[in-house]
Design a protein around this ligand. Structure first.
Ligand code: ASP
Length: 460
């Protein structure tokens, strides 16, 4: 197939030929749906023959149906080269040594122009090639552990990661960054908070919401912020480092057990829930927001606790949930269930007998809240009290996903349900707090600058 029309066939190919435009041609297209300008991308052999795919200046791709096209004109030509060379990182004495462990996700991705899909294709070395500013911040070494989108992360990967972190700490590294897909970053952050305890150094998960081929990508800045925090901050916790506000003003460091992805596309998607973020980070400074955290201490040894029981489930309650949902988990030998209940921690009455059966079968059941903010309070209504008398344990203000990970981790270590309960209800890395900050819910949800902007529009 000709490179000039790579991947195009049938009607779409005929249209390109008719108007004398090529793949990689910067092209103006007139159509009954409007005018578009962009670069014509190659297509894969399996694609249809009806669309011409344009990469617009804003980074988005659009497919334009051939039958709507009334005119096309090539106004330039920009063949893209995607391979960013792996570069060896320059080592500068006196800069902190940081290790980047790659797991995949958008931060390690570029657009695959063959299929138009985002594929995990950047190796960590290539990342340095793309963001040379990293060398001003630290001495970076990299290791690619996996190349997966984060929905494919799970217990095996958590365990491999925890062990890899343990080895790096033993070797005396100053900080660790973990490149990770954002979708389940908070699960991995929770898993590492339990599997790597008492860390002497910062351990920071970082990702990006927009791939690095897009002008609005947050990949480079997030990497710089996380490298800065890993190398220099004195916060020796498992954290997530992502955009604070929607603009690129600063990043936030969130505690691994209190963080959650809250928006499917905003770059400022990660929010600390039930607490305030640990710190703000920019390219040149780190400003702590919280006072109480584990400080960096070189002489401390981390405890690596790589356990996980896979037969644990999380059940998000909805009205009309039928008891067979719970029964089937018991039949399938699940050992633990986290329920995300309504309000203060409730489920409907028809579930009670199934919960009773599950508890009697030795299943550990914990209650969390769908509201995310706030504590489970099962003493307020008699329904809550009934559930507790059946054996459901309220999980304080642990986020549902965090409780799920913690239960998997606890059941991975012991069959003794009283020990499991002790582990579950012992606060670890901020997963259970004494109280929520009075202003956290209001102020930190939108990021301070956005709130300021918003207030300006009201109080003119
Ligand atoms: N689906 C991707 C992932 O979680 C999204 C991202 O990286 O932001 O791996």
């Amino acid at each position: 197939m000709s490179e000039m029309f790579k991947g195009y066939k049938g009607r779409a190919l005929a249209a390109l030929k008719q108007y004398n435009v090529r793949v990689w041609g910067e092209t103006q297209i007139r159509s009954t749906r409007g005018d578009f300008k962009g670069i014509i991308l190659p297509r894969s052999e399996n694609d249809d023959d009806r669309h011409i795919v344009l990469k617009l200046a804003n980074g988005y791709n659009v497919g334009i149906a051939v039958e709507t096209i009334t005119d096309m004109k090539e106004v330039g030509y920009k063949e893209a080269h995607y391979k960013i060379p792996e570069k060896e990182f320059p080592i500068t004495p006196n800069k902190p040594n940081v290790k980047l462990l790659g797991t995949g996700g958008t931060i390690a991705s570029r657009l695959d122009y063959r299929t138009g899909a985002v594929i995990p294709a950047f190796s960590p070395g290539e990342l340095y090639g793309a963001v040379p500013e990293l060398a001003d911040i630290c001495n970076l070494t990299t290791e690619k552990l996996f190349a997966v989108f984060s929905e494919n992360m799970g217990p095996q990967q958590y365990i491999t990661l925890a062990k890899a972190i343990g080895k790096e700490i033993e070797k005396g590294i100053d900080g660790i960054i973990i490149g990770h897909g954002t979708d389940t970053m908070h699960h991995t952050a929770a898993a590492l908070s339990y599997m790597v305890q008492n860390s002497p150094i910062p351990i920071i998960l970082v990702g990006s919401q927009r791939s690095s081929d897009r002008p609005s990508s947050d990949a480079a800045l997030n990497l710089m912020h996380s490298a800065k925090a890993a190398g220099e901050s004195d916060i020796a916790e498992v954290m997530v480092c992502m955009f604070g506000p929607t603009s690129d003003e600063y990043g936030l460091l969130h505690q691994g057990t209190r963080v959650r992805k809250m928006h499917s596309s905003y770059r400022s998607t990660f929010r600390t829930i039930g607490d305030i973020p640990l710190a703000m980070v920019s390219r040149d400074k780190i400003i702590p927001i919280k006072k109480n955290y584990n400080r960096r201490r070189k002489d401390r040894t981390a405890a690596i606790l790589p356990y996980f029981e896979e037969r644990v489930a999380m059940v998000y309650y909805y009205p009309n949930m039928h008891p067979d949902i719970i029964d089937s988990l018991v039949e399938n030998k699940y050992r633990g269930i986290i329920i995300a209940g309504t309000g203060l921690g409730h489920v409907n009455k028809p579930l009670y007998p199934a919960i009773d059966r599950a508890v009697k079968a030795g299943v550990a059941i914990y209650m969390t809240v769908q509201t995310l903010w706030g504590f489970v309070h099962m003493f307020v209504y008699d329904t809550g009290r009934d559930l507790m008398s059946l054996g459901i344990v309220p999980a304080e203000n642990m986020l549902p996903e965090v409780a799920y990970i913690k239960l998997g981790w606890a059941l991975g270590q012991t069959d003794d349900l009283s020990k499991v309960k002790e582990l579950m209800l012992t606060p670890i890395s901020g997963d259970i707090t004494e109280r929520e900050p009075y202003d956290g819910y209001l102020i930190f949800q939108g990021g301070v600058p956005e709130v300021r902007e918003f207030l300006k529009t009201i109080h003119k």
